[in-house]
Design a protein around this ligand. Sequence first.
Ligand code: NAD
Length: 349
Amino acid sequence: MRVIVTGGAGFIGSAVCRHFIADLGHDVVVVDKLTYAGNMASLALVASSPQFAFEKHDICDGAAMAAIFEKYQPDAMVHLAAESHVDRSISGSDLFLKTNVVGTFTLLETARRYIASAKKNADDFRFVHVSTDEVYGSLGEDGLFTETTAYDPSSPYSATKAASDHLAKAWHRTYDVPVIVSNCSNNYGPYHFPEKLIPLVILNALDRKSLPVYGDGSNVRDWLFVDDHARALGIILATGRPGETYNIGGRNERTNIEVVRQICSWMDRLRPNDASHHELISFVADRPGHDQRYAIDASKLETDLGWRARETFETGIEKTVQWYLAREDWWRPLRNRVYGGERLGLVGA
Ligand code: NAD
């Protein structure tokens, strides 16, 4: 299969490229604008493969997208390109509107015209639209998000992702574009940009800087190791049904403070110091509009398509800490030149 992967130079997109090329044998064409979050170093393992091609473009550029479809005649698109960081969306939401909403619209339109002009039918093409569980808003102490949970986004990021999901579903219903939507919980793992909680805490701990925890640390996220997400997307692409939505999650609910403490314990073991890393934890002002709890019911994906998460949070976090300790060559340039750990996303900031 020849697959266009938008956002392939990002955290999840690069994991998808590695999995699709090495494990599934797909040809991959990455379309990526290389924003601050895009990094060719994350594609180093596949960049020299004959199965790999790279196109540096903005997904909002309709002419460029049409030319790429014409050039590569793809069998599928897995759409991950997005502005993805909630805190940045609070500080400035305009790029989120452009990329997440207008960009998704541009790709849906490009796919619609491509299918029509190539006289393809719905079985000849797949458009996997990759989204987040944050579109569902916040849960209380009980319950899980299912595919039928009503949308109730809280942040500019999740509102733009919700808008893009609605566009994707509308292009299926109205134009018969063979769209499949996936909504996944929080990912973590190798190649994660250092502004996000888990890499930030690992790298700050390594530098013996304070470890910022928003609010009282009681917010719950349902963590999924990134390679499990990439495998889920491969399965959804191969066997998912157009028009369907699949929730993806690892049944690994943890409070933020539990996550930070677990990283500190690993750092104490792997980089022992006179003072425990736990002493670096510092509670800071909460994120505005901070959702309290996310948790995914992934039984549809598990039952209908046979996917299962392979990593528990315990096995995944160990691999992640070990990876960051071994791969300073990957993260040091980002910490020095792109993002040094400063607080983002306070209203008025
Ligand atoms: P990321 O920020 O690491 O990567 C995004 C990639 O998109 C980057 O390579 C960037 O250069 C590219 N990009 C941004 N704007 C673009 C544009 N206008 N044109 C072309 N390329 C552009 O994001 P991620 O964490 O890998 O997330 C990927 C997708 O998965 C997003 O759609 C996100 O909403 C979704 N998702 C993420 C998570 C998570 O926990 N990270 C969970 C569920 C869903």
